[in-house]
Structure formats: structure tokens, C-alpha cells
Design a protein around this ligand. Structure first.
Ligand code: AMP
Length: 113
């Protein structure tokens, strides 16, 4: 198992976990680009959005639900936040395990890349 996020799920690599349930884990990004920068990932190894099967689609809804909850708990729900899923090389995905960024706590740029 050479996937860093699978190693975090397994507890083999230390991380600052803020939430977990049967399906997902959320932890602080090691290199935050905003005061709130969390990653929400499925426990199951899914390489990217492009690899999601039809039956796996509900995990995205669950990740959004957890992100919304964490945004409320983190105090950024009112001020606003951004959820980002990068997919593939040109989509800016560096870690090949599906993950959603929750960014907030400052005014984010309006650019889309
Ligand atoms: P992406 O470019 O969408 O693949 O984002 C990957 C994110 O994972 C980056 O923001 C990294 O800072 C973050 N990251 C990589 N390794 C770790 C780690 N061990 N713990 C927490 N965050 C990590």
C-alpha cells in the first residue's frame, strides 16, 4: 500500500484528523493555503473522480455533507468557503486518492485557474 492517504486512513502515517466515520476521514492539510484547509477523503481507495463507478457516486454527497458540517463547526459557514476536487494531472491532482479540499477563513481568489 503506497498511497499516502490510505496510510493515513490506516493510521500508519500521522495526521491531524478532525472527523471520521465508516465512509470518510477528514484531516488538516499539511500545507494549508487558507486558515481553514481540510481534506475529506473516502476510506476506500478511489484514485480520482474519473475512477468513480456509478455505485460509488453517493460517496460524493456524503463528502459534501461532512464538509458542510465541518464548515459550520469551523466557523466558516457564514463567511463562506470553497469545496474543490482536483482530478488528474492537468486538473492539479497531486495525490492519487480522491479528496475534497475545504477552504475558508479568508477571501479566496475568484479565479478558476
Ligand atoms: P491535490 O493537489 O488536490 O492532489 O492536493 C493534495 C493535497 O494533499 C495538498 O494540498 C497537500 O498539501 C496535501 N497533503 C499531501 N500529503 C499530506 C499529508 N501527509 N497530510 C496532509 N495533507 C497532505
Amino acid at each position: 500500500m503506497d498511497c499516502i492517504f490510505c496510510q493515513i486512513v490506516a493510521g500508519e502515517v500521522p495526521s491531524d484528523i478532525v472527523y471520521q466515520d465508516e465512509e470518510v476521514v477528514a484531516f488538516r492539510d499539511i500545507n494549508p493555503v487558507a486558515p481553514t484547509h481540510l481534506l475529506i477523503i473516502p476510506k476506500r481507495h478511489i484514485p480520482s473522480l474519473a475512477h468513480l463507478s456509478e455505485t460509488e457516486l453517493p460517496i460524493i454527497g456524503h463528502m459534501v455533507k461532512v464538509a458542510n458540517q465541518l464548515a459550520r463547526e469551523g466557523g466558516v459557514a457564514e463567511s463562506g468557503y470553497r469545496l474543490v476536487i482536483n482530478c488528474g494531472e492537468q486538473g492539479g491532482q497531486l495525490v492519487p486518492h480522491l479528496h475534497m479540499h475545504l477552504l475558508g477563513g479568508r477571501r479566496l481568489s475568484g479565479g478558476l485557474g
